[in-house]
Ligand binder design. Structure first.
Ligand SMILES: [Zn+2]
Length: 279
C-alpha cells in the first residue's frame, strides 16, 4: 500500500451572503504526494476557482485571489510548477473546483462520467455553476492520456480511492487518500464545513443541535434527495478516518503531520467578511 501526504492549498476566498451578513468561504485545492512503482507523483484534487474579478463578473460574488496566479503561487511554495502535476482528480465540475485546467495541458484529468453529463445538462438550478470554459477544456483533451472518465467507485492508484457520492451534484466524487496515520477523505462540497458533518458536536459548531446526533446537515445546492445525501455522508465516514471539508478555515494544512477528525474550537467557523478598510 502506497502512503501519501496531503497538503491543503488555499487559493482564495468567496464572500457569500448568509442571513443578512457576508461569510468568508475559503477555496482550496489539495496536493497529494507519493511514490507509485518507484515514481514520484504530484497529484491535485480539484483545480480551484477562476480569478475573483472573473467570478465577480459572472456571478456578482466578491472575494479574494483565485485564478492562475494564486494557484501557481501556492504550488511554488511547495517547490512545484504546473508541469510537475501528473493527474487532477476533480470532485465535481462547479466553477470553484474545476477552473484553471488550462494551466495543466499535459496532466490527466479524472472525473466521473456522470459529472461530465451533469455539466452538459445540469439540473436547472445549477446552470450558473457549470462554466463553459471547464467543459471546453475537458472536451479538447486527448483520451485517455489527458482525460479519463470513471464510473462509480474506483481504486485509482494504490492508496487513492474514488468514492461515487451523488448528492450536491449528479457525478460528485470524494477522494480517499491513505497516509501514514490513516485515511483522509477530501469530501469537497458533500459537506463544506465541519458543522455539516458533526452538527451535534461542540468542537464543530457553537450552535450544536442534539436532535441531529448521528445525522448530518446537507446543502441547499443539490441534485439528489435528502436521503441519498445523508447516505452518501455516512458511507464516506464508514470509509475513512478523518474528513476534510472544502470550505472550512479549520482544515489541517499538512497531513498526516496535522491529524484530527474534528477541530479543537469553533474559532473561524462562520468567519465574517472584514469591514471595508480592514486588512
Ligand atoms: Zn459545488
Amino acid at each position: 500500500m502506497s502512503l501519501w501526504t496531503v497538503t491543503s492549498l488555499r487559493i482564495g476566498e468567496l464572500y457569500l451572503p448568509h442571513g443578512g451578513a457576508l461569510l468568508r468561504d475559503p477555496v482550496h485545492v489539495w496536493l497529494l504526494r507519493g511514490d507509485v512503482g518507484g515514481k514520484r507523483l504530484n497529484i491535485l484534487v480539484d483545480s480551484g476557482m477562476a480569478d475573483i474579478a472573473t467570478v465577480h463578473q459572472r456571478l456578482r460574488v466578491t472575494g479574494t485571489r483565485g485564478g492562475h496566479a494564486a494557484l501557481c503561487e501556492e504550488l511554488a511554495k511547495e517547490g512545484l510548477a504546473p508541469g510537475d502535476i501528473s493527474h487532477i482528480l476533480l470532485t465535481h465540475l462547479h466553477f470553484d473546483h474545476a477552473d484553471n485546467l488550462d494551466l495543466f495541458p499535459d496532466a490527466c484529468v479524472v472525473v466521473q462520467r456522470g459529472e461530465l453529463m451533469a455539466a452538459v445538462d445540469p439540473v436547472p438550478s445549477q446552470r450558473i455553476y457549470y462554466w463553459k470554459s471547464t467543459l471546453s477544456n475537458l472536451t479538447e483533451r486527448k483520451r485517455p492520456a489527458q482525460l479519463r472518465l470513471v464510473d462509480g467507485d474506483t481504486d485509482f492508484l494504490p492508496g487513492i480511492r474514488l468514492l461515487s457520492v451523488p448528492s450536491h451534484t449528479e457525478g460528485m466524487q470524494v477522494v480517499v487518500v491513505t497516509t501514514a496515520k490513516g485515511r483522509v477523505a477530501l469530501v469537497s462540497d458533500l459537506g463544506d464545513h465541519y458543522r455539516y458533518w458533526f452538527p451535534a458536536d461542540l468542537r464543530a459548531t457553537d450552535r450544536p443541535q442534539r436532535s441531529l446526533t448521528g445525522a448530518f446537515i446537507t446543502g441547499n445546492i443539490r441534485s439528489e434527495s435528502e436521503r441519498d445525501w445523508q447516505r452518501a455522508m455516512q458511507r464516506v465516514l464508514d470509509n475513512c478516518d478523518i474528513v476534510v471539508p472544502a470550505h472550512d478555515f479549520r482544515i489541517p494544512v499538512r497531513m498526516p503531520e496535522q491529524w484530527y477528525a474534528i477541530p479543537e474550537s469553533t474559532a473561524d467557523d462562520l468567519a465574517h467578511v472584514p469591514p471595508p478598510g480592514a486588512d
